[in-house]
Each structure stands twice: as structure tokens, then as C-alpha cells.
Design a binder for this molecule. Structure first.
Ligand code: FAD
Length: 417
């Protein structure tokens, strides 16, 4: 009977565990999670704070006892893996209940994810500056807002999480300012598309500060002052820091497991690391960009789940491969939906890849039928017509357009297809 140990119990880790059990009824599967929750819906966290998802339990997909009952998986929460001895196939665990102990493995799957980036900016340790990654983070932010002591909130970073937090805090009746150091929000989109989302934020009362980074924070007791590079100052009782993530791989340093420049785990297309029998998946790994074939890192749940299943397949003798990420993603911002797939103009320019662009604004459905709205769709392709990427913004039908184009990219399709 083989023994598989999984580090990390959320997207990639839980998917790997469930797939392993489906493929092998006999295997001993141990899942170690350093926090107190497993298998929760990260993507829903901002919406519980905003009270669109009122019932907190809906975010918790599995619990340790349901994983035991349904899949016979030995889930240990509050158990942090602190080192890996790849020679002797043993990991060291720091458990809240059991103290430090060793656990052996035949195969190891690493899915430790990524934590919110918290650079060493003056004043960043104020207890009014919070990040959002997991259920305890969500509870903390929600309790702050529920207490009624917050009237103004500053969200730093206009990525997906920052924009979702700005909307949800606004929905809670706060005065919200979203600060982005780049000229525009939502980096996967080109400027001509992201401005539509910026207008939607603006129309819904979110104050946008673009092209201005944070220099320092100053906690004055009742409020924190965010000092910007321009010299402007923003007062708020709450700051959400969402300026990106870093892979949670410091426990792997000096283990012989190969890490990239930014700390991501290097894997092959079977999701196996340079050490035989050790697999890695999710936000913590470097992947291949499906379009330009360069190495990249894409922190999204879809690839994490898929990679978890691929690692499990390979452990059970099925030679599945991960063929790269397109980074297909979608966001709702008040009444607008924006979605993207593949490479944008900025990426192609940076890589010196020649491309052509077409932007069209068709109706979301037959315009003679009520409630049709224009959808702005941007398609980016090469000289031979090969599709590199697409972006769309609109009120309706955005997802289906981008899904079709994402599938066409995956099949190496052209504009003629
Ligand atoms: P995680 O799901 O983060 O799981 C890693 C787990 O490993 C963590 O629970 C961590 O505590 C644990 N861990 C780390 N180190 C150790 C250790 N040494 N020992 C034991 N346990 C350890 N993606 C989308 O595709 N769509 C969305 O709409 C979306 N929205 C998001 C909203 C928010 C607020 C956040 C934070 C993320 C969102 N994501 C979204 C990203 C998505 O959640 C991640 O890409 C996905 O969860 C990555 O899966 P993972 O298994 O790599 O990491």
C-alpha cells in the first residue's frame, strides 16, 4: 500500500486527494494543512464580506471529518510542514496538538499556495492594514466592517482581489478608494478594455487613484493615513492590501527541490519536481504560458485543481500532462463583466511578438429582442491568424464569447476557425 502525503488542503491539495482516492482505494492519504480550514472557496471570500453570500458555511466545501467519511483521507489541520528530507522521504510537521513530529511518505504532493505580498513599507504593521487569503482573514475583515467603526476604506492594488474588495466594501456602504500604482487596473487587460471597468467603478462611487504608489502608512489611533508617492494622503479606518502574492515555499529552501528565481517550484509537465516522487501544483509552481511558451506563474483556482488531478494521475500510473496555462479569468464589477484569455498586447509587445488586433462591439443577443447590450470584444492574433488572446467587457454574454475563444486557443486555432 502506498502512502501519499499532501501539503496544503485547499484547491490543489484537496483536488489531488479526492482524485487519488478515486484512482486507488487502498492508498494511505495524509493531508497536512497549517491553518484550521481545508477545501474552502477562496473565490467567494470577498462576497461574504460584501454579504452577497450571507451564509459563511457555503464557502466551506469540505471539512476534515467529511474528507475522512467520504474519501477516507487522514486530514490534519493546524499542522505546518516545516522541512522535507528528500533523501529519507520524511517530512517534519509542527502540529498545534502533537508538537513537532516526523512523517514518512512514498509520494509527496506540495500545494502550499501563495501568500499576500506585504513589502517592508513604513507603518505596514498597523492592525488596520489587512490582507485576504483565507477564512480567518475574511472573518477579521468582516468583523471590522460589521463593528460599524469603519467609514472609509482604502484598497491598495487593482488586481482581481483588490477590485472585488472595492466593490464589496462599497456594497457595505463604505467610502472606498482603490489605489493602483500602474496607469490602469486589472493587468491582464489592455488599457482600452480596463478603462470600461474603471468607469463602472467610478459610476458606482468608488474613488480611483491611478498611477500612484504607496510610500508609507501612519497609524494615528483612530485611523491610518496612506501616504502616496504623489504626496497625497488618504485617511481610512481600514486598509486592504492586495498587491499580489508570493509562493509559500520558504520551507523548501535547502531541500534539493528546485525553485525558480521568485521562489516558485519547478515542475515538468507531469507536475513532478526535480526529485522523483515529489509533485507540486497550484499557485506555488512555475507553469508554461500556453500562448508564448515562456515560464510564468498564474495564481488561479482552475489550473490548481487541474494540476492536483494530474499529479494524482501520475502517482497512480496514468501519464497525464499539464499543457500550460492560458490564464483565462473573469470578473464581475458591479453591473459589468470583464473576461480575458491568453496574452494581451502588453505581454506580446514585451516579448517582441508581432500581432494584429481587432475590436468589435456586437450586440449580446439579437438586437430586435429586448435587453440586448453591446459587448466590446478584442481579439489579438498573429500574421498567420493564430489567436494569441482575447478580452471582452459588457453586461451580458461576455463569458460565453471568451470561453469559445479560450477553447479555440487551446486547439491552436486561428481567426479563420
Ligand atoms: P491554496 O488554495 O492557497 O492552498 C494552499 C494551502 O496550503 C493553504 O491553506 C496554506 O495554509 C497551506 N500551506 C502553506 N504552506 C504550508 C505548509 N508548510 N504546511 C502545511 N500547509 C501549508 N482564483 C480563481 O480562479 N478565480 C477567482 O475568482 C479567485 N478569487 C480569489 C479570491 C481571493 C480573495 C483569493 C485569496 C484567491 C482567489 N483566487 C481565485 C485564487 C485561488 O484561490 C488560488 O489560485 C488557488 O486557491 C490556489 O490553490 P493552491 O492549492 O495552490 O493554494
Amino acid at each position: 500500500m502506498k502512502k501519499v502525503v499532501i501539503v496544503g488542503g485547499v484547491a490543489g491539495g484537496a483536488s489531488a486527494a479526492a482524485r487519488l482516492r478515486r484512482l486507488d482505494e487502498e492508498a494511505q492519504i495524509v493531508m497536512l494543512e497549517k491553518d484550521s480550514y481545508i477545501s474552502f472557496a477562496n473565490c467567494g471570500l470577498p462576497y461574504h464580506i460584501g454579504e452577497t453570500i450571507k451564509d459563511r458555511d457555503r464557502l466551506i466545501v469540505q471539512t476534515p471529518s467529511s474528507m475522512k467519511e467520504r474519501f477516507n483521507i487522514d486530514v490534519r489541520i493546524n499542522s505546518e510542514v516545516i522541512s522535507v528530507d528528500t533523501k529519507n522521504k520524511v517530512i517534519e510537521v509542527n502540529s498545534k496538538d502533537r508538537g513537532i513530529y516526523k512523517e514518512s511518505y512514498d509520494k509527496l504532493i506540495l500545494s502550499p499556495g501563495a501568500r499576500a505580498l506585504k513589502p517592508s513599507i513604513v507603518g505596514i504593521d498597523s492592525d488596520k492594514i489587512l490582507t485576504l487569503r483565507n477564512i480567518p482573514d475574511m472573518d477579521k475583515i468582516k468583523a471590522f466592517v460589521d463593528s460599524g467603526s469603519v467609514k472609509d476604506a482604502v484598497v491598495i492594488g487593482g488586481g482581481y482581489v483588490g477590485v472585488e474588495m472595492a466593490e464589496n466594501l462599497k456594497n457595505r456602504g463604505l467610502n472606498v478608494t482603490l489605489v493602483e500604482a500602474a496607469p490602469h487596473i486589472l493587468a491582464p487587460f489592455d488599457t482600452d478594455m480596463s478603462v470600461v471597468v474603471e468607469k463602472e467603478l467610478y459610476d458606482n462611487g468608488v474613488n480611483l487613484v491611478l498611477n500612484d504608489g504607496v510610500k508609507a502608512f501612519e497609524d494615528n489611533g483612530d485611523y491610518v493615513e496612506t501616504l502616496l508617492a504623489s504626496g497625497n494622503k488618504l485617511k481610512s479606518q481600514l486598509v486592504i492590501l492586495s498587491i499580489g502574492v508570493v509562493p509559500e515555499t520558504s520551507f523548501l529552501k535547502n531541500t534539493g527541490i528546485e525553485l525558480g528565481k521568485k521562489g516558485h517550484i519547478i515542475v515538468n509537465d507531469n507536475m513532478e519536481t526535480n526529485i522523483e516522487g515529489i509533485f507540486a501544483v497550484g499557485d506555488a509552481v512555475e507553469v508554461v504560458d500556453f500562448v508564448n511558451k515562456n515560464k510564468t506563474a498564474i495564481a488561479l483556482a482552475g489550473p490548481a485543481n487541474k494540476q492536483g488531478r494530474i499529479a494524482a494521475d501520475n502517482i497512480c500510473g496514468i501519464k497525464s500532462t499539464f499543457k500550460g496555462s492560458e490564464g483565462t479569468a473573469i470578473i464581475k464589477v458591479f453591473n459589468v463583466t470583464a473576461a480575458s484569455t491568453g496574452n494581451n498586447e502588453r505581454t506580446l509587445k514585451r516579448l517582441g511578438i508581432p500581432y494584429k488586433v481587432v475590436v468589435v462591439h456586437p450586440a449580446s443577443h439579437a438586437s430586435y429582442y429586448p435587453a440586448s447590450h453591446p459587448v466590446s470584444i478584442k481579439l489579438i492574433f498573429g500574421d498567420d491568424g493564430k489567436i494569441f488572446g482575447a478580452q471582452a467587457v459588457g453586461y451580458d454574454g461576455v463569458d460565453k464569447r471568451i470561453d469559445v475563444i479560450a477553447s479555440t486557443i487551446r486547439l491552436n486555432g486561428t481567426v479563420y476557425d
